[in-house]
Design a protein around this ligand. Sequence first.
Ligand code: G3P
Ligand code: CA
Length: 285
Amino acid sequence: EVLDPSAVQDQEIMNIAHRGASGSAPEATTFAFDQAAEVENAWLEMDVQKTKDGRLVVIHDEDVKRTTNGEGEVGEFTLKELQNLDAGSWFNEENPNKADESYENASVMTLKEVFERYGTEENYYIETKSPELNNDMEEPLVELVEEYDLIENNSIIIQSFNQDSLKTIHELNQDIPLIQLLWWEVDEETGKRKEWLDITPAPEDMTAEDYEEIRSYAAGIGPHLTFEDTEVIDEEFVQKTLDHNLLFHVYTINSEDNMERLIDWGVTGIFTNYPEQLQRVIEET
Ligand code: G3P
Ligand code: CA
């Protein structure tokens, strides 16, 4: 049994706040999520990994270096050690024009802390990040999502680049809507998009069977727009995907021009670091 996309999404365009409002506050902290939560209908996007002591935490990179004052892989830290790091000052240093003293107190959050803070008032768009490093994340993740009643409230989508991770989640609970993230590189010599793992050929080569395989566990796909300076998707691909009854959520779009263009192509969702700006664009189109 696979969920119908129309039952998964009631907004015409889903506004997916990428690591929270990460363009204006340190990503994946209360500051970025609070700002995103102020935007009507925005979904809180986040990446989940596991600490050394097996806790689910919200952090994007495999290494803590870019977004904290520490160094080393997430899985080498206990929760306590991880939460002793400063996950906000880096943002002030990188973005002096957006700096805010209060960000210096930011800490890495557990997924449970996120659910405690926003409950069913907010919607969550959670990525199982690098499941090959963060083993067995799926079961505790599904348990937590069930514990906070997110499924019956239509407040949860789970995404991953890793097909096995999504299939595992689908086996654990078929009512959780899933998005298969996709990634294509462009061949320098031919300019053609290369096939991606064994999941998808180039977009123009995707067949009914390829779509059917994704439909067997997911409600939609999450492709990117560009590889280096080349666009890897187009309007035809968006329309072909919608014809195969799959949602199309594109990442990560930060310019108004691209937001408008993609909405025009018919995408059903956009990941952005600027959810407030996207909300304005959606209202104006
Ligand atoms: O989850 C969609 C998009 O966020 C994937 O890229 O690297 O930002 O997690 P990344
Ligand atoms: Ca992500």
